[in-house]
Design a protein around this ligand. Structure first.
Ligand code: SAM
Ligand code: ZN
Length: 292
């Protein structure tokens, strides 16, 4: 797959165009990157100290998403896409912090001519993502460094529940492209936060994240999605295991807390899905950090 998207990729050391030969990507300056047996390529310029999602987290996410609990989010993304781009377009859809590739696959289904590049810092996510859709190629890279993609490589950029580096998202997106973002709201998962000891979504998070994108993008369509999910104990275990709470929860303690809940829990899904256009002249060049 990588040879179909290699023209969108650039060397993380010297920013030159890469070319594919057998199972290696090369740049003219002599840097080379082996394609892993599982079909993804690691384009990190140097090892990172950032903590990547583990195999268990990726498996939990894949199982939870496959059950369809977040399908309304995928549907909302596709609807915003259809309202903002010509779905016969070819080109590249880049999913930054794309995880298992669940939303990326839904977007590619709606864009039959497009190719996908999924970027994630977790090799386990990258391994899973290449199995999520035949047109997804996966790259291990860090969103807080320069992404190994050419400027204006992407027709669509996707960023769901993942860290967002607004200047880099802006740099890789074509001027007539669209950025699709999913952000949890304060009442997302509210019924289980107390009982399961989860971290709360801060109330102003949505505004804060929108503020960080604003110097670079302008919102053109928004869907404030709200639904109720019926989750049993295995689904709750996956939901906690796939997210940031997995770092902070003791597994035994979590199992005990889940066992004390009724067999089924009604849990609120509350996220905002927004389509942004890039501003031609961003109003700042300051680099800021944010996490969804
Ligand atoms: C909460 S998950 C969301 C995954 C996917 N976008 C989804 O919505 O299903 C966050 C993802 O961001 C990735 N991630 C975290 N820090 C990153 C970084 N610095 N660069 C690239 N990816 C990162 C994680 O490995 C994980 O797959
Ligand atoms: Zn190079």
């Amino acid at each position: 797959m990588l040879d179909r998207v290699v023209r969108y990729l650039r060397c993380p050391h010297c920013a030159c165009t890469l070319t594919a030969s057998r199972r290696t990507l090369f740049c003219p300056d002599g840097h080379s990157f082996d394609v892993a047996r599982q079909g993804y390529v690691n384009l990190l310029p140097r090892p990172t100290k950032l903590t990547a999602d583990t195999k268990d987290m990726v498996n939990a996410r894949a199982a939870f998403l496959a059950a369809g609990h977040y399908a309304p989010i995928a549907d909302a993304l596709v609807e915003l896409l259809r309202g903002t781009v010509d779905t016969s377009l070819s080109g590249c859809v880049v999913d930054v912090g794309g995880g298992t590739g669940y939303y990326h696959a839904a977007i590619l289904d709606a864009l039959p001519q497009a190719e996908g590049v999924l970027v994630d810092i977790s090799k386990f996510a990258a391994r899973h993502a290449v199995t999520a859709h035949e047109r997804i190629s996966a790259v291990v890279a860090d969103t807080w460094q320069e992404l190994p993609l050419h400027s204006e490589a992407a027709t669509v950029v996707l960023n769901t529940f993942a860290p967002r580096n607004a200047p880099e998202l802006h740099r890789i997106l074509r001027r007539r492209g669209v950025l699709l973002v999913v952000t949890p709201r304060g009442d997302h998962l509210r019924e289980i936060i107390g009982p399961l000891g989860l971290m709360r979504v801060e109330d102003r998070k949505e505004d804060r994240l929108a503020g960080q994108l604003e110097p670079y993008f302008t919102a053109v369509a928004t869907d404030r999605l709200k639904a109720t999910m019926a989750l049993d104990h295995p689904a709750l275990t996956q939901l906690v295991g796939m997210g940031p709470n997995a770092w902070h929860q003791n597994a035994h303690n979590l199992t005990k807390r889940i066992s004390q809940l009724p067999r089924w829990s009604d849990v609120t899904l509350a996220v905002t899905v927004t389509a942004y256009r890039p501003l031609v002249s961003p109003s700042t060049t300051t680099r800021r950090r944010s996490t969804a």
